[in-house]
Ligand binder design. Structure first.
Ligand SMILES: [Zn+2]
Length: 221
């Protein structure tokens, strides 16, 4: 029963979109009859699936405008956030809505064709704590979990004007991966975007060091 639950739950998105073959559909039907959890999850995603089904895939064909590049990123980022949040949970515990969105992308659904879908790119920011020994430095940071790695949006003042600083992301394996450099702006506030190749679920924090290698700011995610 548990194994069936795991494997069939992954099919719920496709089931809601009517994308399963007969064997899979019968298996899901049978499982749904005995599994209130999966029925509840299906109820949650049914409205999303309903609106996606209104899009006629065949008619869209080659004429369909490509979805914005940011959409795939946003969906995958959302999935990563959910994974990080449920770090203890196994990977099949992805929210079904994310699965539906991923399937829609995979199927090349022209999401722009549906008026109910917002046309603003989704920006996902995760605020993180920052702290340092130097009282002159005041800083805050947000993370953006991209598919290619985590981006740090650092807003700060108090770094020595004109002095170079290095940023490194710390990983679950204890490594420090360079995420870029910036020059201090003194009392003037700076906004700096730093990119690293560490995926969000592998990143545990970041460190800022001065040119002498002294730690001036740390963040633990
Ligand atoms: Zn189930």
């Amino acid at each position: 029963m548990n194994d069936a639950h795991r494997s069939l739950r992954e099919l719920l998105g496709a089931y809601a979109l009517d994308q399963l073959d007969d064997h899979e559909r019968i298996a899901v039907d049978a499982h749904l009859a005995g599994c209130p959890d999966c029925r509840a999850e299906l109820d949650e995603i049914a409205p999303v699936a309903q609106s996606l089904r209104l899009v006629d895939l065949d008619r869209l064909g080659q004429l369909a405008p490509a979805p914005p590049a940011s959409l795939g990123d946003a969906v995958l980022a959302r999935i990563q956030i959910e994974r990080a949040r449920r770090r203890e949970a196994p990977r099949w515990a992805l929210p079904a809505a994310a699965v539906v969105a991923a399937i829609a992308l995979g199927a090349g659904v022209g999401w722009v064709a549906h008026p109910d879908v917002p046309d603003q790119p989704v920006v996902l920011l995760e605020a993180v704590e920052v702290a340092g020994p130097d009282a002159r430095i005041s800083a805050s940071a947000d993370l953006v979990p991209h598919t290619w790695g985590v981006e740090i949006k650092l807003t700060a003042s108090g770094f020595e004007a004109g002095a170079p600083y290095r940023v490194a992301v710390t990983t679950v394996d204890g490594n420090k991966v360079p995420a870029g450099e910036f020059l201090g702006t003194g009392a003037k506030q700076m906004k700096c975007n730093l990119n690293s190749s560490v995926l969000r679920d592998q990143a545990t924090g970041f460190e800022v060091t001065d040119s002498a290698g002294t730690l001036v700011l740390t963040s633990t995610f």
